[in-house]
Ligand binder design. Structure first.
Ligand code: GDD
Ligand code: MN
Length: 376
């Protein structure tokens, strides 16, 4: 990025009087080591402790500090408001998420921004990659909460490739944020972190995790509550559900392929009187082609903007996957009938079912791959 790049650090606050008054001057010192135009945007939800007044005082002497206030609706709601303001009113090229309670080290700001400069769009200050840490002081519940949150995000929501999906320390290019509708993110609370990451991955973001130490706050208290945990789990399942819609489409296309296969076979054999030894493989390839076209424009249609492979290359990959599926179906058929005495039609169905999951998984992650963008 160039030197006239504007980066806005968003600090959401709720009763962070003691913290924000110290954090802002320290950040200002850090900014001297960064070659971009650095700003701070505090999103305060009318904190009763007078956080906003402290920020207003600091604003009198610095022009790069900004404040917006609002009703308390949760961390996610605050970030959404802040990001929209940073893009529309401040013209930010990149925004950062950062807690106001010193859990994120000010000296790490420049490390995250350095990765944006290298070309990444979505940089995560990660506690769960080698080198990253969580506080020793964290009790059992806090640890489990964070660990389970990430397990949910990775294995329920399907963000397998990212290790810290709930981190609140991130640097994001606004070119990426503008690609999707921030307002459509339903998460009001902490779940926002996972939902935003999901959107980013879906829109082909180049994601990078940078190890950081997460420091336990010394002043004030955490606002993470039970309703946040409930919202988080619900949202993880909602994301999973959205993904099953893709799987359902894939299964429908697969079934349509059977009809194409049989239809073409009948046409070649009965109408054109072709030999069945030519008609059969031709019918198979015809159904592979029709499956490919339907998947390309319908099942994975939304992903295509972010898939780098062209039509023909994807078609070749799709054929290879279909070939492996044939091997899988046949192996299962062989094993079940020969070693377990399973009835041949059932054995074939077992093979088809396994091959379908395999097909889906490999096509999603390889043929129509957009995840290759994620780097650790
Ligand atoms: N404006 C606003 N509104 N700010 C809020 C709200 C809210 O409803 N809730 C929390 N904040 C602010 C806090 O004042 C603080 O600056 C920051 O958001 C983080 O809140 P904490 O309450 O300190 O969060 P935490 O330490 O429990 O959680 C951290 O870890 C989570 C994952 O384990 C944060 O980094 C989260 O972002 C992260 O998801
Ligand atoms: Mn905190």
């Amino acid at each position: 990025m160039l030197n006239d790049v504007k980066v806005v650090i968003i600090n959401p606050t709720y009763n962070e009087k003691e913290n924000i008054s110290r954090l802002i001057p320290i950040l200002q010192e850090e900014f001297k080591k960064i070659s971009h135009e650095m700003h701070i945007l505090v999103v305060d939800d009318n904190s009763p402790d007078g956080t906003a007044e402290i920020v207003k005082d600091l604003m009198k002497v610095s022009s790069n500090i900004h404040l917006i206030t609002g009703q308390k609706q949760g961390l996610g709601a605050a970030y959404i408001r802040g990001m929209i303001y940073a893009m529309e009113k401040l013209g930010a090229d990149a925004v950062m998420e950062m807690d106001a309670d010193f859990s994120h080290k000010p000296e790490d700001v420049k490390r995250l921004i350095a990765e944006l400069d290298k070309g990444f769009d979505f940089v995560i200050g990660s506690r769960y990659v080698p080198g990253g840490t969580i506080p020793r002081e964290w009790g059992f519940f806090r640890r489990m909460n964070s660990k389970f949150g990430n397990i949910f995000a990775r294995f329920v929501a399907g963000l397998y490739h990212v290790h810290d999906c709930t981190a609140g320390f991130r640097a994001i290019k606004t070119d990426l944020l503008k690609k999707f509708d921030l307002g459509s993110i339903r998460a009001q609370g902490y779940s926002f972190q996972m939902n935003l990451l999901y959107q980013a991955v879906n829109h082909g973001a180049k994601v990078k995790e940078v190890p950081v130490d997460f420091i336990d706050r010394k002043m004030g208290q955490s606002k993470l509550g039970l309703s946040d945990i409930a919202e988080f789990m619900l949202n993880a399942w909602m994301i999973r559900f959205e993904r099953s819609e893709t799987f359902l489409k894939f299964a429908i296309v697969g079934s349509s392929g059977v009809l194409v296969n049989l239809g073409v076979l009948w046409f070649l054999h009965d109408v054109l009187k072709t030999s069945d030894l030519i008609a059969s493989p031709f019918a198979v390839e015809a159904s592979i082609f029709s499956n490919f076209v339907l998947n390309n424009y319908w099942t994975f249609g939304g992903r295509n903007r972010y898939v780098t492979d062209r039509f023909f290359k994807k078609f070749v990959k799709f054929n290879l996957v279909s070939l492996t599926a044939l091997v899988i179906t046949f192996s299962i058929f062989y094993i079940l009938t020969r070693f377990f005495g399973v009835y041949y039609l059932l054995a074939q169905m077992g093979g088809i079912a396994l091959a379908m999951f395999w097909n889906y998984f490999v096509n999603l992650n390889w043929t129509w791959n957009i995840k290759s963008n994620i780097k650790e």
